[in-house]
Design a protein around this ligand. Structure first.
Ligand SMILES: Nc1nc2c(ncn2[C@@H]2O[C@H](COP(=O)(O)OP(=O)(O)OP(=O)(O)O)[C@@H](O)[C@H]2O)c(=O)[nH]1
Ligand SMILES: [Zn+2]
Length: 246
């Protein structure tokens, strides 16, 4: 049995229900993990969207945080919906992997405060400073539930689809072996370019900052990069299991 998660909060998570769900990317096993938030706060239903037999090593995983505006309203202020689609599509292509859909809207501050932050962003404040002006953390997300899901599903190590180095670190801190990172790059649009620049400059996201700032087409160079467990970039053909993004 896997040793992770390390955080004690995951003690309040149970595998609650599961069923097959057909999607436009094929059929996935949808497994709901219910997190008990205590008598006053109810619960969160987090979801593992699973393809194939994920027991073992080097499983392609997208750990995704809820974004109601992007995913439901098709807001163009962020890249969340396209990244969720990318995750499902890539995992369907691999025939094996999982998207963990975590209910931590707005990098953990919730929808109400994310929209307060958006109101500040309308006045020119970037995504990080908007949270700070509200007295809220830059990013208060937790990854213990993702670690719990990995252990429960028999995932021993992951190939993580993300641009966010903190996500890699946070998962490792929870004891999840991240074998390497694969870029979750999606093409920017006129509304989310500033947001992507802020995430790159201020949160260290692995994106092509020069092209973003210049307003150029952001090409597929960076998405073809992968990293070793130590964060060293390796050539895309260094590992044939994960194909470069298109
Ligand atoms: N507070 C705040 N949250 C935002 C803003 N824009 C998007 N979000 C939230 O940011 C989160 C993005 O989650 P992810 O796509 O999983 O992760 P990420 O940190 O962007 O890293 P990637 O794995 O590279 O996508 C979601 O919870 C969104 O609701 C914003 O301007 N302010
Ligand atoms: Zn979003």
């Amino acid at each position: 049995m896997n040793a992770f998660p390390r955080s004690s909060k995951a003690a309040s998570v149970v595998r609650y229900s599961e069923a097959n769900v057909p999607t436009e990317y094929g059929t996935f096993r949808v497994v709901v993990y219910r997190e008990d938030l205590g008598a006053r706060n109810g619960f969160h239903d987090h979801v593992a969207v699973v393809k194939g037999d994920v027991r073992g090593d080097d499983v392609l995983v997208r750990v995704h945080s809820e974004c109601m505006t992007g995913e439901v309203l098709h807001s163009m202020k962020c890249d969340c919906r396209e990244q969720l689609d990318l995750g499902l599509r890539r995992i369907a292509e691999e025939g094996r992997g999982a998207v963990f859909y975590l209910r931590q809207e707005g990098r953990g501050i919730g929808l109400g405060d994310k929209i307060r932050a958006y109101a500040l962003q309308e006045r020119g404040v970037d995504t990080v400073d908007a949270n700070r002006m509200l007295g809220l953390p830059d990013d208060s997300r937790r990854y213990d539930v993702a670690a719990f899901m990995c252990a429960d599903l028999g995932i021993r190590s992951v190939v993580l689809l993300t641009n966010n180095p903190l996500k890699v670190q946070a998962l490792r801190a929870e004891g999840v072996p991240v074998a390497r990172r694969v870029s979750a790059f999606v093409e920017p649009n006129e509304h989310n370019r500033g947001y992507l620049i802020a995430k790159t400059r201020r949160m260290g996201h692995h994106l092509d900052i020069a092209a973003l700032v210049a307003g150029d087409h952001v090409g597929p160079i960076e998405p073809m990069m992968t990293e070793t467990a130590d964060g060293e970039p390796i050539a895309p053909d260094g590992d044939t299991k994960v194909r470069p993004l298109r």
